[in-house]
Design a protein around this ligand. Structure first.
Ligand SMILES: Nc1ncnc2c1ncn2[C@@H]1O[C@H](COP(=O)(O)OP(=O)(O)OP(=O)(O)O)[C@@H](O)[C@H]1O
Ligand SMILES: [Mg+2]
Length: 429
């Protein structure tokens, strides 16, 4: 992460530079004009700037940086007790502010925060570029890893997971990464199968093969020749059709309806379901021999609530996807981020996509807020551990107290030693 520091007081400038460079690459300026020129040529990930400077104010710096390099986060150093300045900083689009005298631990804590956000965003962007999908969690990394290895084989794959978890996305990913990528990806939804048309849809028919078949028709298996056949919602396949399909899976050969010539198929089978086929097999609603045949390799997609690291990268992905709806929105506010991270998503990624699409329509500001999300955001953010709430609160109070630990302890109603101990626990002292 590249940091640019702008502070006209050369003593403070040197002190802050020394602290920051222990963690991040930093270029320090006492002249805001030179800094702005440097940023427009070289870019920066974060700018830490003082406000009151003779040559140019911090707000002018902010404005120039925002137009030259909108991705850059600006952290403003506000006057000790100037609430107005801090409010103005946030309203003008600063990422955050830090009061004077600067508490160096708080400064690094805030820089770490920007760094963490950037890392997540970068991870998500490379994942999208590489796989056309967002993955930031170790769980999804493992899924992609398996899918990548499976892609090189011709084995049947069964993809399981709740609705909206991305089963179809993974099926396409396997196809795209296989030797069959240049051939068709054909999908058939087993929900819509008409029992009397099943064979004809799948295997095709000859003219006169049944009443109403007035010409030859190729089935989906012929159209997908050399490619992948994706059977979505396989759990819904009517039980009386299952033996026919099983026979096809076993022999990879079939007769078009009304034909006496056996044809050979060349398709890779991927099936998906949000039902538990093993339970269905036990209950007798799904044939167990078909289940075993399909389940050569199982890829299980975890629900979104079990891989919360993916939520914020996905949100940014969807904001980007829906930016044609609302070009003003450029991110999320902090409360929306907490709501979204805490929410349970019964409809998984599809639901998240819908939430963001709707919020993009409703939002009138530059940052998506809780109101536009409309997912019943709790007043107090839920889903955070007591420890993390405590840490946030202590740091907030410390900030209010201008970095003065004794004052912070008074506000918190605890001993100063407790504040020191806590900060040490958080690795901030
Ligand atoms: N990791 C991801 N990155 C980006 N988009 C995703 C990701 N996972 C899912 N999506 C998007 O979420 C939506 C739902 O995904 P998909 O249709 O693959 O889910 P599904 O598991 O097949 O759902 P269902 O069980 O309802 O058929 C799609 O719009 C898809 O593009
Ligand atoms: Mg699907």
């Amino acid at each position: 992460m590249k940091v640019v520091l702008i502070e006209d007081d050369s003593v403070l400038n040197r002190t802050m530079k020394r602290v920051i460079e222990k963690h991040y690459a930093v270029t320090a300026f006492t002249s805001p004009a030179s800094a702005v020129e440097y940023i427009s040529e070289n870019g920066a990930d974060v700018v830490v700037t003082d406000i009151r400077m003779p040559e140019m104010t911090g707000f002018q710096v902010l404005e120039k940086v925002r137009s030259a390099s909108p991705e850059t986060a600006v952290l403003m150093i506000t006057g000790q007790s100037s609430i107005d300045e801090s409010v103005k900083a946030i309203k003008s689009g600063a990422f955050d502010y830090i009061p004077k005298p600067v508490d160096t631990e708080l400064l690094i804590y805030k820089l770490d925060f920007v760094n963490e956000k950037m890392t997540l965003k970068a991870l998500a962007e490379t994942a999208v570029k590489k796989h056309g999908m967002v993955t930031a969690s170790p769980k999804m990394e493992a899924v992609l890893n398996t899918a990548g290895r499976v892609a090189r084989t011709d084995s049947n794959v069964l993809i399981t997971g709740e609705t909206g978890t991305g089963k179809e996305v993974i099926a396409r990913f396997i196809h795209e990464n296989s030797d069959r990528a240049r051939r068709p990806f054909a999908d058939i939804n087993c929900c819509n199968l008409q029992p009397h048309l099943f064979e004809s849809e799948l295997f095709g028919h000859k003219k006169g093969g049944f009443t109403g078949a007035d010409s030859d028709r190729r089935g989906i298996i012929q159209s997908a020749f050399g490619g992948t056949l994706f059977l979505d919602e396989i759990g819904e396949m009517p039980i009386d059709l299952q033996p026919k399909f099983l026979r096809f899976l076993e022999t990879k050969s079939f007769y078009p309806v009304g034909s006496s010539t056996q044809e050979q198929a060349d398709v890779r089978i991927i099936a998906a379901t949000n039902r538990d086929l093993s339970v269905m097999a036990e209950e007798g609603t799904f044939r167990s021999d078909l289940f075993y045949r399909l389940n050569v390799i199982n890829i299980e997609l975890p629900p979104l609530r079990q891989r919360r690291e993916d939520i914020i990268p996905l949100v940014h992905h969807f904001i980007e996807k829906y930016k044609h709806i609302n070009t003003r929105v450029r991110g999320l506010d902090a409360s929306a981020e907490q709501c979204l991270t805490a929410y349970d998503y019964p409809g998984n990624v599809r639901e998240l996509s819908n939430i963001i699409e709707r919020a993009m329509i409703l939002e009138q500001g530059e940052l998506l807020g809780c109101d536009a999300l409309n997912i019943g955001c709790p007043v107090e953010p839920m889903g955070l551990s007591l420890d993390s709430v405590m840490k946030k609160h202590i740091l907030k109070v410390l900030e209010m107290a201008g970095g003065n630990r004794q004052k912070a302890a008074e506000i918190l109603g605890v001993d100063t030693s407790t504040v020191y101990r806590k900060l040490k626990e958080y690795g901030l002292s």
